[in-house]
Design a protein around this ligand. Structure first.
Ligand SMILES: Cc1ncc(COP(=O)(O)O)c(C=O)c1O
Length: 382
């Protein structure tokens, strides 16, 4: 038996029982009518989530597979791709471009900050023949959201280059109207703000992207988007889909539709505000320096000097049954990261802050016990 805990990681996250239970439906033929009905429903619901009229696909792979797919269908050897690097996941995006033989044009930024539209424009004015901009919208390693993404989309449109966006840790939790923002390929992951189990990547593809994809040579077999489009015409996937997670995705998307996107985004925002206010009261400052780029879905805060990051998280997990993350790479001991995703509400925020306050007290940090939860309560009342 595995004990159920409150999973406040930046993915995977807590899943409603309705979604979990949907996975125990019978296994069906993925070449039969039941699957085609499921495929149709998922497609319609995904278009609602991405706010797009373009094509959408579900890939039986984790989020990284979605990135592999996007880059491998667009980038050919020696293609220049502009990539802002401001954390671990944007580093990985750069790495993927390089492995595909592309030439990443890097915009290296201090971690905790976000790329600005003016910086993107400046590079594009100097560099000729840039094929695409590839960027992470929500840098999960630093808790930073690129609030200038709509402006960057306008630049991509004006210059006639493609915009590829890794939205894995934000799709379903904050604004992302894919068509309105001129995003050509957008990648999401099932296990984050969609509140579905891990194992699926979701991808949107614009008409402008298709024009490039059709010309790309040596596309990978498993992730060939043109092959997916062919199969999509008969509402099938080229290869065996992860059926139980497809059921779960459909249920999770139904829940999103029932709530409505705007309400869902507001709920994430309110919970994020409560987290930031409460954590700051406890002496844990936000890792992103500028308030405007703080993420509503991944809360990253500095661990106070002298506090053992791993110990606090262990006490939270074992004694108070709440699981949060530390940093990644160099930031591992320096920050806490809390997922503010999916089903997040006042209840989970208060439970998490309560667990953190108590764990901090247990390790000897000077806490005015209750001040964090009281601060969060005030935000929810306002
Ligand atoms: C922004 C971002 N990109 C990519 C990934 C990789 O996704 P996965 O672990 O599902 O492959 C993650 C996972 O945390 C992420 O947050």
């Amino acid at each position: 038996m595995i004990e159920r805990k409150l999973i406040m990681l930046p993915g995977p996250t807590n899943i409603p029982d309705r979604v979990l239970n949907s996975m125990i439906k019978p296994i069906i033929s993925h070449r039969g009518p039941e699957f085609r009905k499921l495929y149709q429903e998922i497609t319609e619901n995904l278009k609602y989530l991405f706010q797009t009229q373009s094509d959408v696909f579900v890939l039986s792979t984790s989020g990284t597979g979605g990135i592999e797919c996007a880059i491998s269908n667009i980038v050919e050897p020696n293609d220049k791709v502009l990539v802002p690097v401001f954390g671990i996941f944007s580093e990985r995006l750069k790495e993927k471009i390089r492995r595909r033989g592309g030439v990443p044009i890097e915009l290296n930024l201090e971690w905790g900050t976000a790329p600005k539209a003016s910086e993107i424009r400046e590079i594009l004015e100097k560099e000729s023949d840039v094929k695409a901009i590839a960027m992470v919208y929500n840098e999960t390693s630093t808790g930073v959201t690129v609030r200038e993404l709509p402006k960057i989309g306008e630049i991509a449109k004006e210059k006639g280059i493609l915009l590829i966006v890794d939205a894995i840790s934000i799709l379903g939790g904050d604004k992302l109207p894919v068509d309105e923002w001129n995003i050509d390929i957008c990648i999401g992951g099932s296990q984050k703000c969609i509140a579905c189990p891990p194992g699926l990547a979701v991808v949107s593809v614009s008409q402008k992207a298709w024009e490039t994809i059709e010309k790309t040579k040596n596309k990978p077999m498993y992730f060939d988007l043109t092959r997916m489009r062919e199969y999509a015409e008969r509402k099938e996937t080229p290869f065996t889909p992860a059926l139980p997670i497809f059921y779960a995705l459909n249920e999770a998307l139904e829940i999103i539709k029932e709530e409505g996107l705007e309400k869902r985004f507001q709920r994430h925002k309110k919970c994020a505000e409560a987290f930031y206010a409460a954590l700051e009261k406890l002496g844990l400052t936000a890792f992103p320096k500028d308030r405007t780029v703080r993420s509503n879905t991944v809360i990253a805060v500095n661990v106070p000097a002298g506090v053992d990051n791993a110990k606090v998280r262990e006490i939270m997990r074992e004694k108070y049954k709440v699981v949060i993350a530390g940093g990644i790479g160099e930031l591992k001991p320096k920050i806490f990261r809390i997922g503010c995703m999916g089903i997040i509400s006042q209840a989970e925020v208060l439970m998490t802050i309560n667990a953190l306050e108590n764990a901090l007290m247990d390790v000897g940090y000077n806490v005015n016990l209750g001040i964090g939860t009281a601060t969060a309560r005030e935000i929810f009342k306002s």
